[in-house]
Design a protein around this ligand. Structure first.
Ligand SMILES: Nc1ncnc2c1ncn2[C@@H]1O[C@H](COP(=O)(O)OP(=O)(O)O)[C@@H](O)[C@H]1O
Ligand SMILES: [Mg+2]
Length: 375
């Protein structure tokens, strides 16, 4: 038995390597520009649409050009104020080596609590503190990048990824807002997230003028041309040819970045060394992709109420949620409109630029169509 099986060049799990971020030149330029000018920005896109990949790319470019230090905080799943502090501590620890990282370390050393949070202090210090102290630590950590930027006379970008998660922690959002609102002279903030309705609630709050000033950006589909070029290049760099599978792959992906990478990976595997993909290769790859995703789709669907499942079926078939097809499914108007709100809230459905509401995941939509006939 030999071990000459190659690794596919397509990364589809977690953020893409910075050099693999394609079709987002305008977004990269705009977000970098805002970051250089002390702006607050909200970046919205459904899950797996490439927010974190884009942020990593911006961080890499900024680091290479020495323009901007980037602190990248991930708030996914936070439950308590201490969790937020912990995540900021992790973010400060993982700043790429350089003057900013060294200054963070130095400043953190002046506070036992902060340095313990960053893992610098003596390991034995077990911090015992009451509930009132948690917000103070969070504030201290939020102030640290600003102090460092002042000391170095530079500008920094703080990214708060999965920002919608702060809505689950009482008081967190108010602490963040009140601490960062006076930092614009040195810091820019980029808030990224995938639950538009929660983000809207946070950012539309009249009592929260800071967020009200944030400029909003939304990632759209990746253009087919950019995806095609990217996929063709990766295939040829690994001695394969995507051949006539390409148009099928693009049509099935509908510009969904992760789905395109996932399907490209499956086609690449089905093509084999020195091979050229055909329509049959595509069919094998598609079958494999659906088989691999089956459990995920069952889990998604089991979290839906009947009305929501019927509405998802209508969306999958591109039927209007209130027309004759809805009546044939026995879906009353009131139920359908509530279901649409729920699907959108959970980021299962969205409205791409200038288009009608549709299911975010084109593979979930095909899975429904493959199983349930047009209503
Ligand atoms: N601009 C892009 N170019 C190529 N692939 C991308 C791009 N953006 C995202 N992807 C693909 O989508 C996957 C998920 O991206 P990620 O940044 O984790 O999304 P999000 O943070 O929005 O959930 C990546 O692993 C990659 O395969
Ligand atoms: Mg992400």
């Amino acid at each position: 038995m030999t071990f000459d099986i190659e690794t596919s060049p397509f990364v589809f799990d977690g953020p893409a390597p910075p050099d693999d971020v394609v079709g987002r030149d305008i977004e990269i330029a705009a977000l970098t520009d805002r970051a250089m000018h002390g702006r607050f920005v909200l970046l919205y896109a459904p899950r797996r649409y490439g927010k974190t990949s884009l942020i990593h790319r911006i961080r890499r470019d900024a680091h290479d050009s020495n323009d901007l230090a980037v602190v990248l905080v991930d708030f996914l799943g936070v439950q308590t104020i201490d969790d937020l502090s912990h995540r900021i501590g992790q973010a400060l620890q993982s700043i790429p080596p350089g003057p900013f990282a060294s200054a963070v370390r130095k400043l953190a050393g002046r506070s036992p609590e902060v340095s313990a949070q960053l893992g610098y202090g003596p390991a034995k210090i077990q911090l015992k503190r009451g509930e009132q102290e948690a917000p103070h630590l969070l504030e201290e950590l939020l102030r640290l990048p600003h102090q460092v930027a002042e000391g170095l006379d530079c500008r920094a970008l703080v990214v708060m990824d999965e920002f919608q998660a702060v809505a689950d922690v009482s008081n967190a959002e108010a602490i963040i807002r009140s601490t960062i609102q006076h930092q614009r002279d040195r810091l820019s903030y980029l808030f990224a997230g995938s639950e538009q309705s929660i983000l809207n609630t946070i950012f539309a709050d009249r009592a929260a003028p800071l967020y009200g000033q944030a400029e909003q950006f939304r990632l759209g589909r990746l253009p087919d041309s950019a995806l095609a070029e990217f996929i063709e290049e990766k295939f040829s760099a690994t001695d394969r040819d995507v051949g006539t599978a390409l148009p099928h792959l693009l049509a099935a992906s509908r510009g969904h970045p992760q789905r395109a990478a996932f399907l490209a990976h499956q086609v690449w595997q089905a093509t084999g060394p020195n091979g050229t993909a055909t329509v049959e290769t595509w069919e094998t790859a598609y079958g494999e992709a659906m088989a691999r995703s089956h459990h995920e789709f069952v889990a998604v669907e089991s979290g839906l109420e009947t009305g929501q499942r019927k509405t998802a079926r209508l969306l999958a078939w591109e039927e209007p949620p209130y027309g004759a097809a809805a009546r044939r499914l026995g879906l009353p108007k009131g139920t359908a409109s509530k279901a649409l709100v729920a699907l959108e809230r959970r980021s299962l459905a969205w409205r791409p630029y200038g288009e009608d509401l549709e299911l975010v995941d084109p593979l979930f939509a095909s899975w429904i169509r493959d199983r349930d006939p047009r209503p």
